[in-house]
Design a protein around this ligand. Sequence first.
Ligand SMILES: NC(=O)c1ccc[n+]([C@@H]2O[C@H](COP(=O)([O-])OP(=O)(O)OC[C@H]3O[C@@H](n4cnc5c(N)ncnc54)[C@H](O)[C@@H]3O)[C@@H](O)[C@H]2O)c1
Length: 251
Amino acid sequence: MRVLVTGGAGFIGSHLCDRLLADGHDVVAMDNLITGSTDNIAHLAGNRRFLFVEHNVTNYIYVAGDVDAVMHLASPASPVDFSRIPIQILKVGSLGTHNALGLALAKGARFLLASTSEVYGDPLVHPQPESYWGNVNPIGVRGVYDEAKRFAEAITMAYHRIHGVDTRIIRIFNTYGPRMRLDDGRVVPNFIGQALRREPITVYGDGSQTRSFCFVSDLVDGCCSRTSASRSTWATRSRQAFSPLRRPSTG
Ligand SMILES: NC(=O)c1ccc[n+]([C@@H]2O[C@H](COP(=O)([O-])OP(=O)(O)OC[C@H]3O[C@@H](n4cnc5c(N)ncnc54)[C@H](O)[C@@H]3O)[C@@H](O)[C@H]2O)c1
């Protein structure tokens, strides 16, 4: 297969590129490097089955030749970015997803959307079953990410229903692993950063929170199995386990 990975220079996207190449696929990674880095894909330079295109997917996406699958991961995901680059987040979730779906439609490609547990907002139900529709504040600081992803899910389903695009949606919960930014703002890199700096480890709240964590290789397995599965499934979540960790909600 020839696969377009948007956000391919990011934390998860770069691991996905590694895995797709290892599985024998050709990969086009597209990224504008707003939160990603070419450091994440530097080891792929010279691989003839790998192409990196620096491009902002909120603008029209052009890829020459066949594309069999579009795996749409482009989006800042870190809570520290929600107040820093809110408009870029809204644009990539809406315009970027529209453009990525347009390419999938034009190429007859499968489409995978990397959505998030944040579509549940500040959930009133724990753990969240897919029948739960969430509790989102559209005008709050986090709303830019939550609503962008909710729009992305909605337009993905519209392209499926109206244009027959073969779409899949995964709702990713906290994923961690190598290449995460230390200043990402989420609990695992926070703990690691504080430990490396020999600082006290900060635990927020009253200790009753729970979080679901997923190691990046397991998440990449899920992305690949969802994309290669013969039949579309409405949504799959990367829920692995619940651990008592004391941290405000992160997606
Ligand atoms: N890491 C997690 O725990 C988590 C949880 C839920 C959802 N997700 C989703 O997974 C995907 C990847 O997240 P990540 O943790 O690897 O984040 P990341 O910031 O490391 O990767 C996102 C990549 O998308 C790129 N990007 C952003 N806007 C773009 C645009 N307009 N055009 C082109 N490229 C653009 C960034 O430069 C970056 O390389 C995102 O869609 C995110 O919402 C991640």
